[in-house]
Design a protein around this ligand. Structure first.
Ligand code: SAH
Length: 371
């Protein structure tokens, strides 16, 4: 697949790609009070108005200007699949140029986590990841990232039966956002950081920063940039191997930023020392799943404030990589547990609907996103 990168060439200026400061500037440029920006944000994010400038009370000439100049949510849900056993919902989202990405809603007790995409495809080429096989097609822009959360909230509001089935109140909205869908978010820092500004704006989605997690394969330039803009966003680091030569084989990004530079950078982040980091470790049979590998991981993270999530590999496509046996999985987990670290085994959600790690959209993309 050819790599075109950049953003969507069809994009127009969308309201949903603008931060509150941008909207205030837009008001001022037109000569109306910047106070209107807050009302516009409330209409767009709290009331869920598709065209926030149609709200009553806005000066008519300015509303007309917005109508001519701004576009609205520029993406749509193309299909949805509800898991019969854990209630998670997988969406295929169509972007304005016809490209497809995935997002997943995961209901839990008292919260709903949304897993978002930040790129069409991904440049990192991790061998176990379906998205990685596509190569990078392009970055999502801010409006496409924010639009996913906007669509998810609209979907939730229109599905009382789903809320009821998952024992959630009618007023429930997305409470947590994880950048764990398609793409490497720190390879698209500008759009991801701007979307976090909108997610955490009190007049926007009003989410606390600790409810937003950015997952990275270890893109250190992006990481440094991100923590400059949002020092207290949660970070999830996909480690997957604590042995450099082995990690380079499964995660090519390790050749550019090996483990030592990764850990050194993590140690230098003051807020992460305080709030803690999430370490993700996808367990692959015969590749990184021995007790010896667990010990290496313990050595690597010594002195870091971390919680470890072990994810048994979700085998994808024709790959020969396999999920570990339950005995190996338990031995690996127990070894880490004995070292005193907090460790959880996380199974990918929605296995019955292909919600796990890029499975479904990869099939769709194979035809639709082809150049
Ligand atoms: N680029 C980001 C987000 C990727 S998806 C990152 O690398 O962190 C989120 C997590 O799912 C990552 O830890 C990724 O390595 C993992 N993952 C990808 N494919 C998987 C698979 N087939 N089975 C299990 N985990 C997988």
């Amino acid at each position: 697949m050819t790599v075109t990168s950049g953003v969507n060439p069809m994009a127009t200026k969308s309201f949903f790609g603008m931060t509150l400061a941008d909207v205030e500037g837009h008001c001022r440029d037109f000569g109306v009070s910047a106070m209107h920006a807050r009302d516009l944000f409330r209409s767009g994010y709290k009331d869920g108005l598709l065209k926030p400038w149609t709200r009553p009370g806005l000066p008519a000439r300015y509303a007309g200007f917005c109508e001519r100049e701004l576009s609205s949510v520029n993406i749509r849900i193309s299909s949805e699949f509800v898991s019969q056993y854990d209630g998670s919902v997988k969406f295929i989202v169509e972007l304005s140029d016809g490209r497809m990405v995935e997002m997943v809603l995961m209901p839990e007790a008292k919260r709903v986590t949304l897993c978002l995409s930040s790129q069409v495809g991904c440049a990192q080429a991790c061998v176990f990841c379906h998205t990685g096989r596509m190569g990078l097609v392009r970055n999502l822009d801010t409006a496409e990232v924010v639009g996913q959360a906007w669509l998810a909230n609209q979907w939730i509001a229109s599905r009382p039966e789903w809320l009821k089935a998952n024992r959630l109140p009618d007023s429930q909205r997305v409470t947590n956002i994880v950048f764990m869908g398609m793409g490497e978010p720190l390879d698209n820092v500008e759009a991801v950081a701007r979307s976090i500004t909108i997610f955490t704006d009190p007049y926007g989605f009003n989410l606390a920063k600790r409810r937003i997690s950015v997952s990275t394969a270890g893109h250190l330039d992006g990481l440094r940039e991100m923590v400059k803009i949002h020092p207290d966003v949660r970070l999830a680091i996909s480690v997957h191997s604590a042995v450099d030569s082995e990690r380079s084989r499964i995660m090519p990004i390790n050749r550019r930023w090996p483990l030592e530079s990764l850990v050194e950078t993590l140690r230098e982040l003051p807020t992460q020392r305080e709030n803690g980091l999430l370490i993700q470790y996808t367990l692959i049979a015969g590749v990184n799943d021995s007790v010896g590998h667990a010990r290496k991981l313990i050595e690597l993270i010594a002195g870091l404030n971390v919680k470890i999530n072990i994810i048994p590999l979700n085998p994808v496509g024709p790959s020969r990589l396999r999920c570990p046996s339950s005995a190996d999985l338990e031995a690996f987990r127990d070894e880490i547990h004995k070292s005193g670290h907090r460790v959880m085994v996380r199974y990918s959600k929605g296995q019955d609907i292909g919600a796990a790690c890029g499975q479904l959209v990869a099939q769709v993309n194979a035809t639709i996103n082809a150049p």
